[in-house]
Ligand binder design. Sequence first.
Ligand SMILES: C[S@@+](CC[C@H](N)C(=O)[O-])C[C@H]1O[C@@H](n2cnc3c(N)ncnc32)[C@H](O)[C@@H]1O
Length: 278
Amino acid sequence: MVSGLKHKLFKKIVSGLEGVYDTREAENIARYYLEDKTFENPDTAEGIMDELAMDIIDLRKKKPFQYVVGKAYFYDQLYHVNENVLIPRPETEELVYISNKMIGQQMTDKLNALDIGCGSGCLGLSLARSCKVIKKLDLLDISASALEVAKKNAGSTELDCEFLQIDFLNEENWEGLSGYDVILSNPPYIDTSEAKTMESNVLDYEPHVALFAEPPTLFYEKIAKFSALSDRKIFVAVECNPIFIEKVVSIFEASEAKNIIVHKDLQGKDRHLTCNYS
Ligand SMILES: C[S@@+](CC[C@H](N)C(=O)[O-])C[C@H]1O[C@@H](n2cnc3c(N)ncnc32)[C@H](O)[C@@H]1O
């Protein structure tokens, strides 16, 4: 896009967002928007302006700009996103980093990994792309529309990926889920009582099936039970709600996990747990 037009669009977005966002936030949104937006009809200024006007209406309603442009950065890569998947979070990038490092220290063979509640696929795909010992990745989600996004993000990757539409909470569905060396998950972990304190851009747009669990530690009970059933050595890495971290630790302890480590995120919160089963 020529820089004169880009500047004009930038100013239009910032003024369009006036009254909803402060100037600094509006400028940031405008910058991200213009960086990632692919206009359907980029050859005509009218086409661009019409599309921009529609997007400004959505942005004024606090629709996250990642959903407006259909993309989000995660671990230095651009992922497709839409309202059927959680917008990838920086904390989850930290889980990729931790897992990559720990797997590199512990495991050398070809590994099979499972991402439980994969959403856009950002967690499993980023780890598998950066951790060369992972040879096969299964991406599991209850939502068929989330799996469509994950498939798009896997693209024509050299990785051997399988996409599984499964309700993981139903243990009858575990039959056939076996042979994993690495289990990853950023499961739904928000207590419904927290909803009243959440921002409308999250609550009104992100899928509630990706956010809330009742009780909020339910997925960890299932992940620990599932991992303990395996006859292989397993590395487990999960993202957690810092509020319930003690409960999550006790769940993994009760399932006889070893080397349980709680990792703080960059904000100093107890955000991730890793452990092993042997
Ligand atoms: C917090 S999101 C995480 C998405 C992605 N892994 C990420 O880190 O951005 C949780 C995911 O779990 C999925 N999910 C919710 N309930 C599930 C269930 N019972 N079985 C399998 N997946 C489930 C949701 O559809 C959602 O994609």
